[in-house]
Structure formats: structure tokens, C-alpha cells
Design a protein around this ligand. Structure first.
Ligand code: F6P
Ligand code: MN
Length: 339
């Protein structure tokens, strides 16, 4: 659900946000344009696939202990190179790098911190299913010249902007500056992102859920209870049928929820408890939670609003329940009851 739109470019949209609404300053506008431009380059690389010799493993393992794909490495490089010279950033952190990347001394430094998952949904790269980029923008704390990992450890409520792209049948960019959620579609002929949805809203109720059900035996009781009730459908306590979808690219699953509602869950379970969860707080859970809340949805760890969590580490993982408000609140209520 969304308001009708006048099809303006991302550039014009950002200038209007700067000029008329003072939502952003020139530095943040440049930052977002540069991220958008880098994502277009990633879209080209993803789109070339086997023709570009970019499929398969890169042969290295990232800080998460996951095998890096060639496209993970390439996307990270594209985002780094695009963003380091503009003068708008103090440092960059990424899923693919152990530590933050400082801005080289030959370039001016700015007041923002950028953190991203360069290519989300890695398991889908080689099988031609939608993948995407997730990013979050924070302010660099005042007086900090050489930011380190600690300076990125800000609760998600401090984000000044967040967004994601989906490299799917069309390439989309979804963005929030803290005043609603906007969707842009890449016009491949013009090479420009064009505003196609304004002020997206997630319906409060839904009949669709997303979870990796193969983990069922590892789930905690409140998650089992919640999902079992959904699966009982009309005959169960919910009195209606629910459908299930799981793309296994967070960008694609969240985008479906933003488009037609739903609840997305990646709980902490016995399989991932020692790591704290599956999804990463700073560059997956926080930006997606900011977007979802801005679209009228909710995002919780099961016991706490995600945006209120004080991060403890750059690559910290966390439980995620997000999407249609009434379902996220119900899942959280079952956690509270179990306590
Ligand atoms: O980045 C992690 C991620 O690939 C998400 O995009 C996705 O939602 C999830 O992991 C998929 O997890 P699983 O492999 O358990 O289905
Ligand atoms: Mn990811």
C-alpha cells in the first residue's frame, strides 16, 4: 500500500528532501546518491552473472566464518571505492570486513558512518534468485577523527537513513530518511533510479509468514507455539489460514512484507544460540527495522524493540521478528508469557 507518485529521479527526490523539507544536508544527499550509484554497478555485475565470470566462491572466508562469494567481494569493493573519496564519510564498516575501513588520508573526511551488507542472500547468488544490498547511515560521534568499531555501536534508533536494494526481476531501491519509506525502480535504459512508490505502508494484519521451518526442532517454546498456531489455520486458535514464504534472501523476504504484509522471523534457536542469532544487528536487523517501523510495521527481538538494542559488537547477531504490527506484537507477547 502506498500513495500515488510523480515519477522523479532519486537525485530530484533527494534535492527536494534537502531543499524543501530540510530532512537532509548536502553531505547526506551525496552519500545516498553515491550508495545508489554503487548499487547500480552491483546490479550490472549481478545481472551479467556467468557472462561476467562473477559466480562461485572467492576462495576466502569472512569474519562470520562464511565462504565469500566472488560477488560478495566485488560488491564490497564497489561500495568502498564509490564512497571513500566524496568527503561525506568518516568510516565504513561491512559484513565482509573484520574492522572498519578508514577514509584514506588523501581524501577529506565527513561526519557520517556507513555500514552495509554488500550482497545479502549469498546462498541465492549462484542459483539466480534475488539478492540485494542493505545499508545504514549513522552520525560519527563529535570530536572523533579516526572512528573505530566502537563508534559504530549505536542503537538503531540513531540511524539517520537506511535502505536496501533488491536485484530481482527489476532492481529496486527502498529508502527511509526517518520520514516514511520510498521505493525507486531502476530504469535500465536511463541508468537512473525513479521514484515508484511513496510512503509505503505495511498492513497491520496478515495471513503470510516467513521462517526457515527446517530449524523447527531447535526453536524455543514461544516460537514453536506461535508458528504451530499459524499452521493450524482455520481449525486452530487463530481461526484463519496462513500461507508461508521463505526466499532466504532477507531483502526479498522483507520487500514482500513491505509490499503486501507478513511476518519475517529469524529467532535465536539452539542451533545459533552461541552466536546470538543468525542475522546481524548493525547491517541487517537495524536498517530493516528502521524501514519497517517507518512503514507502520514493528520489529522486535521477541523481548525488545530492535531499534532500542545497544550493540556490543560490529558483527553482533540478533533474533529478528519484523513486519505486520499485530503479528509481531503477538509473537512478542508469547515470549513475555513464556517468561
Ligand atoms: O544474510 C543472511 C541471510 O542470507 C539472509 O539474507 C536470509 O534471510 C538468511 O540468511 C537465510 O537463512 P537460511 O540459510 O537459514 O535460510
Ligand atoms: Mn545478509
Amino acid at each position: 500500500m502506498s500513495e500515488p507518485v510523480k515519477p522523479i529521479s532519486l537525485t530530484q527526490f533527494l534535492i527536494e528532501q534537502q531543499r524543501e523539507r530540510q530532512h537532509i544536508n548536502a553531505d547526506l544527499r551525496l552519500l545516498l546518491e553515491v550508495v545508489g550509484r554503487a548499487c547500480k554497478a552491483i546490479a550490472v555485475a549481478v545481472g551479467r552473472g556467468a557472462l561476467g565470470n562473477v559466480l562461485g566462491n572467492a576462495g576466502a572466508v569472512n569474519v562470520q566464518g562464511e565462504a565469500q562469494k566472488k560477488l560478495d567481494v566485488l560488491s564490497n569493493e564497489i561500495l568502498l571505492q564509490a564512497n571513500e573519496w566524496g568527503g561525506h564519510l568518516a568510516a565504513i564498516a561491512s559484513e565482509e570486513m573484520d574492522d572498519p575501513h578508514l577514509i584514506p588520508h588523501r581524501y577529506p573526511k565527513g561526519n557520517y558512518l556507513l555500514v552495509f551488507d554488500p550482497l545479502d542472500g549469498s546462498s541465492n547468488i549462484d542459483v539466480n534468485v534475488s539478492v540485494g544490498t542493505i545499508f545504514s547511515v549513522l552520525r560519527c560521534p563529535e570530536g572523533v577523527d579516526e572512528p573505530n568499531a566502537e563508534h559504530f555501536l549505536q542503537p538503531g534508533s540513531q540511524q539517520v537513513a537506511a535502505g536496501y536494494t533488491v536485484y530481482g526481476p527489476s532492481t529496486l531501491l527502498v529508502l527511509t530518511l526517518g520520514d516514511g519509506v520510498y521505493q525507486f525502480t531502476l530504469d535500465r535504459e536511463l541508468g537512473s533510479f525513479v521514484l515508484t512508490q511513496r510512503r509505503l505502508r505495511i498492513p497491520e494484519d496478515t495471513q503470510e509468514f516467513a521462517i526457515n521451518a527446517s530449524n523447527r526442532r531447535h526453536w524455543d517454546p514461544p516460537v514453536r507455539r506461535y508458528v504451530e498456531e499459524l499452521q493450524q489455520g482455520k481449525e486452530g486458535p487463530r481461526g484463519k489460514d496462513f500461507n508461508m514464504r521463505w526466499v532466504a534472501s532477507m531483502v526479498a523476504d522483507v520487500h514482500r512484507i513491505l509490499t503486501r504484509g507478513g511476518i519475517f522471523m529469524y529467532p535465536v534457536d539452539n542451533k545459533c544460540r552461541d552466536k546470538g542469532g543468525r542475522l546481524r544487528l548493525l547491517y541487517e536487523a537495524n536498517p530493516m527495522s528502521f524501514i519497517v517501523e517507518q512503514a507502520g510495521g514493528a520489529a522486535s527481538t521477541g523481548t525488545q524493540r530492535i531499534l532500542d538494542v545497544q550493540p556490543q559488537g560490529l558483527h553482533q547477531r540478533i533474533a529478528v521478528f519484523l513486519g505486520s504490527k499485530n503479528e509481531v506484537e503477538r509473537a512478542a507477547a508469547y515470549h513475555a508469557e513464556a517468561d
